[in-house]
Structures are given as structure tokens and as C-alpha cells.
Design a protein around this ligand. Sequence first.
Ligand code: FHN
Length: 427
Amino acid sequence: MRLEDLTVIKAAPTPGDTKWFQHDRFGMFIHWGLYALPARHEWVKNHERIPTEVYDKYFRHFDPDLYDPELWAKAADEAGMKYFVITTKHHEGFCLWDSAYTDYKSTNTPYGKDILTPMVDAFRARGLRTGFYHSLLDWHHPDYTVDACHPMRDNADYIAQDAGRDITKYVDYLHNQTEELLKKYDPVDIIWFDFSVGPNAKFAGKGKETWRSEELLEKIRKIAPNIIIDDRLQIDQDVKTPEQYMPDGWVKVNGVPVVWEGCHTFSGSWGYYRDEETWKSVDQLLKMLIDSVSMGGNLLLNVGPTGRGEFDERAYDRLRGMGQWMKRHSRSIYGCTQAPLEFECPRDCRYTYNPDKQRLYLHMYNWNFGKIKLTGEVCEHVEYIQLLSDASEMRYSYYPEQQVIDIPLPVKKPLGADIPVLEIFLK
Ligand code: FHN
């Protein structure tokens, strides 16, 4: 087969501009809010059924004196991340910017300043695209009614007061703040709403009807026609968002491959969780990135900064480790996607493919000392092979009758790459 006749999957077209997104592949999620102070999960208000009047102690003590978004942007940039998505407001309702629609914002805390503007400026200064995560749930707003995820869902007195709450006023607030954010920080590249609440035996759910999602999408597209919007308004837009698991293939909707981005934590919590220790290794995190791209997707990897405004050392350690690999191997990530379906991938390896440059990348999760064998359709297209980390030639023997290529490998894995990659030039 001719190279151009091979089967290379492409995602269905999207309303927003996802071309840059599918090229850049790798972003930083940041979950930061008052929940950094209890430091035991961003759902602490829910988990511990904390009433707002008690939770307000975190508002009164929010003073991230060591906050320096330029350090955050540097860490993201050097890790190889190309966009960031910050929680402008999480479920607790606390806003990181000087919103005209609420007093529950960083400018009214002891910190006394707008958090969001310097962050956007710092990340843009390093060339990263801007994404806003905005919670649909709001456990602080006076008109937000109780549902299956509400911290007060077991409190009969609080539930009884729902009669006096008007959820449509909250949804007006949601729409107003969305428009405020998009206008104030234009051009925003991604808006990441989260999430629609299912019904249970006790409470109604909150979905696209509650949020007036169609109306909200129209307002958003009027301000930012090319913005990327996620799927959690219950109306699919530009990107599907599998969370905390690796799909087993290119994500599809009704059998059609779509733009997708997996979002994951380093540890067991999105918000800073001091005593939680299930931190993924650099090797695991790199394989999550490679696996995502090998299936045509993106990886959005989350950091939860501390109440002092810093990334913790465990996060810096993982970001530095990923950056060391990305420094020499980002060519196998940026601009890459799933390899042609006709290419059989060797055992314990992953292919990624840059269709524009006609280069195939073989990521070796295990070092098959002695040799590694390519088989089938790919063999007739190989023109040259090098080790990506140092551009050293990898000589090989091609047996056209058997459709096999043998690539001798030294016993010891070459230095410079925990996950070695062969760059295969195709013809
Ligand atoms: O409840 C949130 C959670 O705190 C976090 O923000 C994740 C990130 O995608 N989204 C929701 C859980 O799916």
C-alpha cells in the first residue's frame, strides 16, 4: 500500500478550534481554592457535611503569601505542557477573580488580591493557551438548591429552606459569570464546565435543562466562536473528557472517533491533600501521556497548589521528571496521533505517528535487549531509524519476503531516556 492510502484515524469536526489542541496534546489542570486550607480533598465540604458558616473559616484565613504564578507557568512550560485549565470556581463557590457578581472571591479574603489575572498573564507570557474550569455546582450560592452531591443533603432544616431558593437565579449567576470571564480574559481558549448532577430517590438532578445549556452555549459562542467547550453541560461540543482512567482505544461517540482529553491527578485528589500518598511515578505519568497520544487523545494532568500558593515538592518532582523526558522526546507527542491501523505494534511498545512529517515513533516500555522486530505493512515504508534521544542511527535488516525488520539492540538501555523511543522515517 502507498503511505497515503493507509488508514489514519481523524476526529470528527468540532464547533470550536481543536486543531491546536490536537497538536499540543498535553496540558496542566490546576485545582485551587479554599479547600487547599483543610488540605484533605476539594470535596471536603461535602465529605464532612460542613455548613457554610463553619466553612467560612477558610475564607477568613485564605492568604497565599507565597503565590507566584510565574513559578507555576515555568513548571508547566518546562514539563512540556502547552495549555492550562484553572478552576475559576470549584463546587465550593469561591471565585479566584474579582467578579462583579459575588463577594465570595479572593479580593475579599486576607490575601486581598485577584488571583486569576496574574496567573493568566504568567502562563500566556510563556506561550501556553488559557483554559477555565468553571463549576456548575455551587455549594455556597444562596439560591443553589440541594441535590445528591450537596454538603447539606442530610440536613432536614437546610433542605426545607429550598422552598425559598430559586435555582433560576443561580443559573442567571452562572451565565453572567461565564460571560464575565470570557469578556474579561478574552481570548479564552477552553471552557471546561463541571458537572451535571444525576437524580436519586431523594433529589432531582441538575442537567442541561437546569443549566439552560443551549442558551449558555449560544452566549459563549457569540463571545468566543472558536473556544473549546467540554461535554459536561450535557450537550456534546468539542471534547469528550474521560476522567481518572485510560480508555482502551480512541474515544468514540455513536461509533465515530472524536476529540478527547483524559484528565488525571498525580495523586488521589484534585485539590491539595497533604496526607494522601497515592502519587503516580514519573514512569506511570509518561506512559499515560504516550498511551493517550497513541490513541489520538490529550492528557490534562492536575496540580493542587497549597494554601501558601505553592506547588508541593511531590508535584515539582513529577513535573521535572516529565520535562526531562519531553526535552528530547516531545517530537513523539506534539503533532502526533494514532499510527495507521495497518501497523502492528511490537509487544510492550506504543506507536505514535506524525502524519505531516511521515514519522513513526516506537516507544519501548521494556528494553528488548538483543533486538526488536517490526513486522507486516510498516516494514516496506521504513527509510531510516534513529534513537530519538540522541539521533544515533539504529541499523536494521529488512527481509521483504517475510515482511520483517530486525533492529539489533545493545544489552544496556542507552542513557538519556527512561522510555526509549525510535524515530522511524517513512517513505
Ligand atoms: O467533582 C469534580 C472533581 O472535584 C474534579 O473537579 C473533577 C475534575 O474533572 N471533576 C469532578 C468529578 O468528576
